[in-house]
Design a protein around this ligand. Sequence first.
Ligand code: ADP
Ligand code: MG
Length: 327
Amino acid sequence: MSSLEQIGEFGFIEKLRELHGSPAHGATGIGDDCAILPFGDSTVLVSTDAFAENVHFRRDWATPYQIGRKAASAALSDIAAMGGEPRFVLASVALPGDVSEEDALSIMQGVAQSAESVGASLVGGDTTRSESGLMLDVTVLGVAPCGRVLKRSGARKGDMLLITGTPGRSRAGLIALERGLDMPTVIEAHLNPASRMVQGKWFLANPHVRAMMDVSDGIAQDAGHLARASGLGVGMTSASVAIDPELLPICMEIDTSIPELVFAGGEDYELAVVVDPAESPKIIDAFRREFNLPIYAIGTFTDQFEGVRIDGAEPGPIGFDHFRPAT
Ligand code: ADP
Ligand code: MG
């Protein structure tokens, strides 16, 4: 019998997929950012995300409000990742005895505020005592406008991979918190990741956009998920990574390069967007004009190999996996 460490988080999910088989009622189950559920004429998107103390957050680095807000924002990001419209949120919380009533309410206010900021409402949840650590689980429900969604599996050979915003900042913020460094911009990116809900819907409306996901485990790993779901490989280059000056002090601090930090860094909740290569420059221009946000091409999909290559080589185990031992 193999250990979870050996098979990794994604090996485990693959086993679950085999175990559960195809879902009934025309649903699309395990494997994308959300499950896709047909209900009459509507397509409902649903996803759930667990947030565990000392794994996803530390109570000495984030306020209760920030913890709740980020848990909900991370969960809602999976609706953005498919171009959906968020509607409802349910949040379960397991509370250790040392959490005050005021702090417990603040956590839930953070959840509700994050939901409201994207037009969704908190409609329920569950509350329990915890014997070891605070834990939150946020379930999000949304709808797919016109029934169309952007799955991970839509990439075709030759398609370009684009990445929105400023990836790498969340990881930089985490390192700043670990080392007690005063770097407010990257710490804010870690504690309060930006929502890309509006952008997700904007991509869905463009017929030249073929696949999408949100980047929660680092670009190297998540680009691999897009490639595998599409039966392709993806080649990326370090030279295409934008030089974000906010990352420079952290790169010097931990003696790494900006591309290394960006490829490995998780919890950015930026969008990884797969587009028709002929339309890529137009989409990039239009996105910059519409949102005044960075976006750049970072790779190309191919049928020449499987998985991920960065500058022509396999990157090895970088990015976040819950069961991989820390390096
Ligand atoms: P994301 O980072 O977008 O939240 P994950 O990497 O957590 O996605 O999950 C990938 C896929 O595996 C999703 O479709 C998710 O629903 C499914 N999944 C993860 N854990 C489980 C589980 N314990 N049981 C069933 N499905 C799971
Ligand atoms: Mg996701």
